[in-house]
Structure formats: C-alpha cells, structure tokens
Ligand binder design. Structure first.
Ligand code: ADP
Length: 378
C-alpha cells in the first residue's frame, strides 16, 4: 500500500490448491498473509493473532460457512473489514453478505479476472477500513479531551466558589474591626493614622467587590441552565432601562437596529449585554458615548456587535482583556477586570465566540456569536 504499512490479511479458505495460487499471485504485492483452513480456526486466529487489516472469507467451507463466520465477526467491536469470496453465480450470497456487514464481495470465477480484481478490492477496502479506524481513534481522543476539559472546568469552578466563599468571612472580620477602630479610636489617631485606616477600609471594600465578582464568575454555570427563545431586542430594551442612571450621567446614546430572536439563557444574555454596554459607556474619555448594537445573520448563528466611540484598545491586548482580572486602564477607570471574563464564559456556554476589533483611540467593537441550534447546554 502507498502509505507504507503492509496490509495484514487473514484468508479463510479450505482449498489448499486455491491457497497456493493465492499466495503465489499475491506474493509480489507485499501483503502479510495468514491462512486459516476453516471458519472456526479463522475466528480463533482473528482473536489471538491479530490485528488484521482485512479478512478474506470463503463462502463455501465445511462446518461454518462464510455467512456464519461473517455473523460472528460482526458481533466484534470495532467491526473488522471482511471481503466475502463467493462462487461464480452466487449473487444472493453476495447480497446477503453485504447486508450482514461485509465490506465487499468478489466472485471466484476462473477466467482470470479474480486475481486481477482481488488486489484492487483489497486495497480499496483496506483504505476505507484504515480511514474508519483513524476516525474512530480521533473521535475517542476528542471524547477523552472533552471529558477531561469538563472535569477540570468543574474543578476550577468549585475551587473559585469555595475560595471566594471562604475569603468572605475573614474579610468581614477585618472590615468590622477596621470600622470599629475608626468609630471608637478615630479621634485618638493622628492624621496619618486615620489616612492609613482609610486605606485599609478602602482595600477591604475593593476586595469584597473582587470576591463578589469571582463568586459571580464561578456561578456562570455550564450545566443544567434553562434555554428558551429570547427576543434579543426586548432584552436589550431592558438592559438599557437598567443602565438608565449611567446613560443619563454620561449623556450617552445607545441605539440598536431590529434584533433577532435567539435561543439562550435569559439571565446570562442579559448580563452579557449589560457588561458590554456598560463598558462601552465607561471607556470613553471626553466625548459623549455613542453605542450601537446590531445583529447579522450568518449561516448557523447570529453575530452581534456592540460598537462604541470610546478610547479603543490596542490590538495587542485584544485577547488579554477577556481573561480574569486583566485590566488595561486600572488607574483611570474603576473596575474589577471580571466583566469581559464573564462575557466570554457566557458566550462560550452558548457555544459561541467573542472577540474585539479596535485600534487605540478609535473606539472598539465587540463581536459575539450565538449559534442557532444550542439545544441544551451540557
Ligand atoms: P473592568 O471593566 O471591570 O476593568 P472588564 O473585564 O469588563 O473589566 O474589562 C477588562 C479591560 O478591558 C478593561 O479594564 C479595559 O481596559 C478594557 N475594555 C473593556 N471594554 C472596553 C471598551 N469598550 N473600550 C476600551 N477598553 C475596554
């Protein structure tokens, strides 16, 4: 065979004359051939001396005939590749063999075509068999990988939950006592003492926000969340209402075109739009923020975009910003670096993708896709 690996054939044939002829004619093809003189021996050899790429099974054998051998072979997982060798004019047997799962059949007519056709049929069948085996191997690998990923995701989620949950308690103790010191001994402390105490209180408040964010991040669940048809236009209407105070404060303008009905989880999608619109308004320096949302139909998904006229993002950091706690403008703008990480998790939960296109100083457009057929999130 072209790819170099010799083909291993198990040939079940009770006629020594045909076996000799077969070996002689096939010798120059480089096949590795094992001969079984009957079906029972053939089945034994298959299980003990394999693996074989191809099984040639003569239909007419004593004890077990070729079809009976085939039936036995088809119970094995994965099914081996079998070519049935029938006598001339045995069309029914040939059809029956194919129905029972043989790869192919060939009639042993004696006018010389048999040995010319045999290598072609063998090589075609082996090619198919090896491709199927490779596909099976890849599917198994993929399955293993998906299981491993799911396990580590679960572990990470649990870890984030436990850590953030447990951190709250000592934090509240620090907060409580810092406040107590401020109230009870504040007057006894000099200016610097009060300033430092202020830093402690501020620090604990920030830490509390981070912990809350981490908890929220770990709660964006993968499994068992409810999906339904969602009018994304109505959803964005609601998000804009919720953000009214922010929008008014910044005199921002949020516009959107007709938005489609999509399949997803309402709470999560609500959070997604809220984070993106909120950022679009926040990361804008001198101008009045203008945010525009649109959706475009693609072959198997809706692609949404949230465009702003803000400070933009250096393309070098286009991926980094979706990681947890990653912020580019920590001095100038307040935030915890969790919003986009949550967005990414939500979009990936819906089997979509999220990315940003931007240049620093020229506004940013965040894109995400929601596939049409997210049946259940598992
Ligand atoms: P946060 O806003 O709390 O910092 P995010 O995860 O939402 O956290 O965003 C991460 C970082 O990405 C932000 O700190 C900011 O630097 C950048 N960023 C997010 N959205 C925008 C935007 N629309 N324009 C410019 N920069 C943005």
């Amino acid at each position: 065979m072209e790819n170099g690996t010799p083909i291993r054939i198990l040939y079940m044939e009770d006629d020594p004359g045909l076996v000799r002829l077969f070996e002689k004619r096939m010798a120059k093809k480089g096949y590795l051939i094992s001969i079984a003189p009957n079906g029972r021996e053939g089945l034994r050899m298959f299980s003990e001396e394999g693996p074989f790429d191809m099984l040639l099974v003569d239909y007419q054998m004593p004890e077990l005939n070729g079809l009976q051998v085939l039936e036995e072979l088809m119970t094995i997982d994965p099914r081996p590749a079998v070519i049935m060798l029938t006598g001339a004019g045995n069309e029914e047997i040939a059809v029956e063999s194919m129905k029972k799962g043989a790869y192919d059949y060939i009639q042993k007519d004696i006018d010389g075509r048999y040995f010319r056709l045999l290598p072609i049929v063998i090589e075609e069948s082996v090619k198919r068999y090896r491709m199927e085996a490779e596909k099976r191997r890849m599917q198994q690998e993929l399955k293993k990988y998906a299981q491993e990923l799911e396990r580590s995701n679960k572990e990470l989620q649990q870890f984030a939950y436990v850590v953030s949950h447990d951190l709250k308690e000592p934090l509240h103790t620090i907060q409580g006592f810092a406040k107590y010191i401020e109230e009870t001994y504040g007057e006894d402390l000099d200016e610097q003492g009060n300033e430092f105490l202020g830093y402690i209180i501020e620090g604990t408040q920030r830490m509390e926000r981070l912990i809350e964010g981490l908890l929220e991040y770990s709660r964006v669940k993968f499994k068992g969340i409810k999906l339904k048809d969602i009018d994304s236009g109505a959803l964005v209407d609601n998000v804009v209402k919720d953000l009214k105070a922010t929008i008014d404060k910044r005199s921002a303008k949020v516009t959107y075109e007709a938005l489609p009905t999509i399949r997803g989880n309402e709470r999560q999608l609500n959070r997604l739009f809220q984070n993106l619109i909120d950022n679009a308004i926040k990361y804008c320096r001198d101008r009045k923020p203008q945010v525009h949302i649109r959706a475009e139909k693609q072959e198997n998904a809706w692609q949404f975009s949230v465009q702003d006229n803000g400070i933009g993002i250096d393309p070098r950091y286009g991926e980094k910003i979706f990681a947890i706690f990653q912020r580019l403008h920590s001095k100038e703008f307040t935030g915890d670096g969790l919003g986009l990480a949550i967005c990414k998790k939500i979009v990936e939960n819906h089997r979509g993708e999220i990315w940003v296109k931007s240049r620093y100083g020229e506004g940013a457009t965040f894109y995400f896709t929601i596939p049409d057929r997210v049946k259940h999130i598992s």
